[in-house]
Write a protein that binds this ligand. Structure first.
Ligand SMILES: NC(=O)c1ccc[n+]([C@@H]2O[C@H](COP(=O)([O-])OP(=O)(O)OC[C@H]3O[C@@H](n4cnc5c(N)ncnc54)[C@H](OP(=O)(O)O)[C@@H]3O)[C@@H](O)[C@H]2O)c1
Length: 358
C-alpha cells in the first residue's frame, strides 16, 4: 500500500517542481492528486506520463489524503491546511503562514529532522533563502558554534512566482527587442505584489523582497532572522539580512559573513561543509571554481565556495552560498520532509486538532 499525496498549488512555480520531485521520490506512492484554485479546474497536468485533472481546493477535498504538500500562498494554507489535518493528512506547508507557530516544526531535514517527531499534523518548510544558508552553516555551528551571521542575498525572480518570471521575460523583451529605456519598462509585480509601487527588475537590482516591517527590515529579511533561530534552536545567534532581487530566473545566491564562537581553521571549515549531507564544496579559486546560479538550477544540493577568513575579525569567515530556490528552497525540501516523515514512521492522522478551522 502506498500513500495518496496531494499537491496544493500544483500549477504554480513551486507546485510544478513538486510534481517533478514526486516523479522521482522514494516514497511509496499510490496516487497523486493535483489541486489549485477554481481558475484551474478543467486543466490537466502530467505525472509520470499520465494526465491528471486539476481539482479545486476546498474544505472537503482532503478525504483519503495521507500527505498534503501546500504551496498556494499563506491565505490558502491558513484556510485549508487545518481541514487537511482534520481529514487525517500530514501537511507539509511551503508558505510562511505557520512557520513561527510553536505547534509547527520548521524543518530542513539535513539539519533538524528530529523536530518532526512530535508533529501535530503540520510541518513547515522554511523560506528558500533560509534553507540554503542552514545547509551551509549547520556543519560549522555543530563544530565551532555560531555567534553572528550577516547575509546579503541575490535572489532569483522565480522566488516571487510564475507571474514574476513572466514579468522579467517581458521586460527583457521590451528592452532588448523594442529598445525601451529600462527606467520605463512595464512593472506590475516586483518588488512585491502587495506593495504600492512597482519597479523594473530587468537590468536592475531591487533591495526589497516582500513588504517592509516596522523596523525597516523587510518580511523576507526578518524571516531569515527568525527562522534561523528556530531551526538552529538557538535564540542567541545574531542574524541580520539584506535581501535583494536580481534579474536571474532561478537560483538564489548569498554572500554570508559569520563569526564563530571558537576559532575555525578555514581548511577544517571546508572539510566540514564538504562532508555535510546536501552540501557541495565548490571552492578552488586558483581554477576559478565557485558556485554559480546557472549551475545550481535543476540540482537539489546547496553549493558553497569563496570561503575565506575575514581580514580583521579573528573568528570571521566569508562565503558564497548558492542553491536552486525552487528545488532545495521549496519543492525538494518539501518532498524530502515527506520522505523523512515516512522513514521516521510519522505519516499518520493527528488525533487532536490544534489548528483553528476557519
Ligand atoms: N517560488 C519560490 O521560490 C518559493 C519558495 C518557497 C516558498 N514559496 C511559497 O510557495 C507559495 C507558492 O509560490 P509560487 O512561487 O509557486 O507561486 P505561483 O507560481 O504564483 O503559484 C501559486 C499557486 O497557488 C495557487 N492558488 C492561488 N490561489 C489559490 C486559492 N485560493 N486556492 C487554491 N490554490 C490557489 C495557484 O493556482 P491557480 O493556477 O489556479 O491560480 C498556483 O498553483 C507561496 O506562498 C510562496 O511564498 C515559494
Amino acid at each position: 500500500m502506498g500513500y495518496t499525496v496531494a499537491v496544493v498549488g500544483a500549477t504554480g512555480a513551486v507546485g510544478t517542481q513538486m510534481i517533478k520531485m514526486l516523479e522521482e521520490t522514494t516514497l511509496p506512492l499510490d496516487k497523486v492528486r493535483l489541486l489549485a484554485s477554481a481558475r484551474s479546474v478543467g486543466k490537466t497536468l502530467t505525472f509520470k506520463g499520465q494526465e491528471i485533472e486539476i481539482e479545486e481546493t476546498t474544505e472537503t477535498a482532503f478525504e483519503g489524503v495521507d500527505i498534503a504538500l501546500f504551496s498556494a500562498g499563506g491565505g490558502t494554507s491558513a484556510k485549508f491546511a487545518p481541514y487537511a489535518v482534520k481529514a487525517g493528512a500530514v501537511v507539509v506547508d511551503n508558505t510562511s503562514y505557520f512557520r513561527q507557530n510553536p505547534d509547527v516544526p520548521l524543518v530542513v531535514p539535513e539539519v533538524n529532522a528530529h523536530a518532526m517527531d512530535a508533529h501535530k499534523g503540520i510541518i513547515a518548510c522554511p523560506n528558500c533563502s533560509t534553507i540554503q544558508m542552514m545547509v551551509a552553516l549547520e556543519p560549522i555551528r555543530q563544530r565551532w558554534g555560531l555567534d553572528r551571521i550577516i547575509v546579503s542575498t541575490y535572489q532569483a525572480v522565480s522566488g516571487a512566482g510564475a507571474t514574476a518570471i513572466q514579468e522579467t521575460l517581458g521586460q527583457l523583451h521590451e528592452a532588448v527587442v523594442d529598445g525601451v529605456d529600462p527606467k520605463h519598462l512595464t512593472a506590475k509585480i516586483l518588488p512585491s505584489g502587495g506593495d504600492k509601487k512597482h519597479y523594473p527588475i530587468a537590468f536592475n537590482a531591487l533591495p526589497q523582497i516582500d513588504l517592509f516591517t516596522d523596523n525597516d527590515y523587510t518580511y523576507e529579511e526578518m524571516k531569515m532572522t527568525k527562522e534561523t533561530k528556530k531551526i538552529m534552536e538557538d535564540d542567541a545567534i545574531k542574524v541580520s539580512a539584506t535581501c535583494v532581487r536580481v534579474p536571474v530566473l532561478s537560483g538564489h545566491s548569498e554572500s554570508v559573513y559569520i563569526e564563530t564562537i571558537d576559532p575555525a581553521p578555514i581548511s577544517d571549515v571546508k572539510e566540514a561543509i564538504a562532508n555535510f549531507p546536501g552540501a557541495v564544496l565548490e571552492d578552488d579559486v586558483a581554477n576559478q571554481i565557485y558556485p554559480q546560479a546557472i549551475n545550481a538550477v535543476g540540482r537539489r544540493e546547496t553549493f558553497v565556495g569563496r570561503i575565506r577568513k575575514d581580514l580583521d575579525a579573528e573568528n570571521g569567515i566569508h562565503m558564497w552560498i548558492v542553491s536552486d530556490n525552487l528545488l532545495k528552497g521549496a519543492a525538494w525540501n518539501s518532498v524530502q520532509i515527506a520522505e523523512s516523515l515516512h522513514e521516521r514512521g510519522l505519516v499518520r492522522p493527528t488525533k487532536e486538532l490544534v489548528f483553528e478551522l476557519k
